[in-house]
Design a protein around this ligand. Structure first.
Ligand code: ZN
Length: 120
């Protein structure tokens, strides 16, 4: 199945066939170049992690917490506006917690990117 042709990007039917250098969908007549798809696949699959407002986060960024966060077990609350420096992005997010960071007063913990905003 390794040479299975991709589904039509227009109508998503899977009756794609090759016609010369192009791929053709007989269902909607869409023709496209398979090289586009290959290039996309060749790009390293870096998971883009965005903050609460859509900024792309990168390792080492400083972020601020955008809402109070109850900390399980610690009995405390990370206050909105808390600045967290030098974050590390986690590739294998557990339960949506995709940032590893040292939070002042709480130590190392995982945060969700949806509750932080990149500091500018
Ligand atoms: Zn199609």
């Amino acid at each position: 199945m390794s040479d299975q042709l991709p589904a039509c990007p227009e109508c998503h039917e899977e009756y794609t066939y090759e016609s010369g250098a192009l791929l053709v969908c007989p269902m909607c007549g869409h023709e496209w170049s398979p090289e586009v798809a290959v290039e996309t696949e060749a790009t390293p699959a870096v998971a883009v992690i965005r903050d609460a407002v859509g900024n792309v986060l990168t390792d080492g960024d400083t972020v601020t917490v955008v809402r109070d966060l109850k900390v399980k077990g610690a009995g405390g609350v990370i206050k909105v506006g808390t600045k967290v420096t030098d974050i590390r992005l986690l590739e294998d997010a557990v339960d949506g917690h995709d940032i590893d960071a040292r939070v002042p007063g709480f130590g190392n913990m995982q945060l969700k990117s949806s509750v932080v905003k990149k500091a500018t």
